[in-house]
Write a protein that binds this ligand. Structure first.
Ligand code: NAD
Length: 473
């Protein structure tokens, strides 16, 4: 049995039996049997089935929001996640057939005389996903929907930390029989995850770097592609031309939304000396105004830590910064409210590159601010990280922000905003450095990555005789 803690009460109020390796194998076998018919339906009819799934999700909105808000201890973001799912499904149902039609290239002559080539696009039969706890619905479905659109069957393992939403989600799938035959969710922890990797043909993993390495190793043994979306330590650079008060509001939102439990959270802020004092003052004021969503889940900006151990990591980063001489202006101590663990937005100045809060992923509402003097210094500081998920630049003009953004080592750069990748699903991007490996999950590549290509190479003339390769010939 796996015990599940309620993030608002701190109590274990849910338990479940993890799927065994044998159950994962059985489920994979069932899905594989149904996959050829799903593929044969073709893109338009798969899109129709997906649209019916979107309708079913909409019909179950309240049950999904209720379960997800217990999983995550937050209400508004639970609703945003759940209401975003049918939109995402419909977006892929709309766009998918066009992308697939464009892929199916017509015959073309080869550079090799007498030969023509056509290319078929064959989906990996069984797609697998392993998801984290921070946005359970979004991250259990973000790769799944385009994989289904491509014609894969799909086996998804959400995080064992947030399993409650899965039951109502299964009900939405059961409402669409064609989908039920090719889509299953299995619940469990690391062992179930490992079993899944051994059972599928392509795995998409979202989670920490440490687990990502284990997934990559297991995928290498299983000889399947692993698409890894891992942690981040995203920098934001605030140039002297930016409005310091507006910049502070943007920095705060991009750092503390979802209590900072987001991979593309801003975790380091670099501000130009000319506006640093007014920026920090505004940031501290804005941070102080944030309230926990306690005792009423319907108020405030800061939810509890979903995963209790994460609160310990965040506290350790803050304590390490304090011990090494940083100044903590707001927040700074994890509070226990009604059994839930909360941290108010924590603005820190006087940080150095040796501090944990500047090097490792914090994954909490913590905003370390560093002052810079020159643009080159800002770029060097922002790029001084083993992560490269995304970044942000705020300036007085888009041109100025973009010129600097182009110098950053990150897969996506928000220009005059922060963490836009959390809201924009159609920007193609890679994860740089330790933040990930593999094709983009967003944009058209989010779908095309699930195809293998098969070339049909036609000889239109006479096949070459062996004599053509004979010595002295
Ligand atoms: P995690 O790595 O602890 O767990 C993620 C998933 O992996 C869970 O489902 C877990 O059960 C499973 N798992 C654990 N050990 C496994 C193993 N040995 N083999 C197979 N599966 C295993 O991550 P988490 O703590 O749930 O999530 C937080 C992390 O996710 C953060 O680092 C965050 O940055 C990252 N994240 C990345 C993105 C992105 O798009 N890059 C998005 C959200 C979260």
């Amino acid at each position: 049995m796996i015990d599940v803690r309620n993030p608002r009460t701190g109590e274990i109020d849910h338990r479940f039996e993890p799927a065994s390796a044998a159950q994962v194998t059985d489920e994979a076998r069932r899905l594989r049997q149904a996959q050829p018919a799903w593929q044969a339906l073709g893109p338009e009819r798969r899109a129709d089935v997906l649209r019916r799934w979107a309708d079913a999700v909409e019909a179950h909105t309240e049950a999904l929001v209720a379960a997800l808000s217990v999983d995550t201890g937050r209400l508004k973001i639970a609703r945003v996640e759940v209401e975003g799912l049918p939109r995402n499904i419909r977006r892929w149902a709309e766009r998918g057939p066009q992308i697939i039609a464009a892929l199916d290239a017509r015959d073309r002559p080869s550079a090799f005389p007498g030969v023509s080539i056509s290319t078929r696009h064959l989906p990996y039969p069984l797609f697998g996903a392993i998801a984290p706890w921070n946005f359970p619905v979004v991250l259990s479905t973000i790769d799944l929907v385009p994989a289904l659109m491509a014609g894969c069957a799909a086996l998804v393992k959400p995080s064992e930390v947030t399993p409650r939403f899965v039951e109502p989600l299964r009900e939405t799938v059961a409402a669409v029989p064609e989908l039920e035959s090719v889509l299953a969710f299995v619940l469990g922890g690391p062992e179930t995850g490992q079993a899944l990797i051994g059972a599928v043909d392509y795995v998409c993993f979202t989670g920490s770097v440490a687990t990502g390495r284990k997934v990559a190793e297991a995928a290498a043994r299983a000889f399947i592609p692993a698409n890894l979306e891992l942690g981040g330590k995203d920098p934001m650079i605030v140039l002297a031309s930016a409005d310091p008060v507006q910049a502070a509001k943007t920095a705060l939102r991009a750092s503390v939304v979802a209590s900072g439990q987001a991979c593309q959270s801003i975790e380091r802020v670099y501000v130009a000396r000319a506006i640093a004092d007014s920026f920090v003052a505004a940031l501290v004021d804005e941070a102080r105004a944030c309230r926990p969503n306690y005792p009423d889940i319907g108020i405030g900006e800061i939810g509890p830590f979903i995963f209790a151990r994460q609160a310990e990591v965040v506290q350790a980063h803050i304590d390490d910064a304090r011990a090494k001489g940083a100044t903590v202006h707001t927040g700074g101590t994890v509070e226990r409210l009604g059994g839930g663990l909360y941290l108010r937005p924590t603005v820190i100045t006087g940080v150095t590159t040796e501090m944990l809060v500047m090097r490792e992923e914090t994954f909490g509402p913590v905003i370390p601010v560093t002052v810079f003097d020159t643009i080159d210094e800002a770029v060097a500081l922002a790029n001084d990280s083993s992560f490269g998920l995304s970044a942000a630049v705020l300036a007085g003009s888009a041109e100025e922000a973009e010129a600097l953004g182009a110098r950053l080592e990150a897969g996506a750069v928000s220009i005059n905003d922060g963490a836009l990748t959390s809201m924009v699903g159609d920007a193609e991007k890679s994860a740089f450095k330790l933040s990930g490996i593999g094709p983009s999950r967003s944009g058209d590549a989010g779908l095309t990555r699930f195809f293998r290509t098969q070339a049909l190479i036609r000889q239109t003339g006479a096949p070459m005789p062996l004599a053509a390769f004979a010595e002295g010939g």
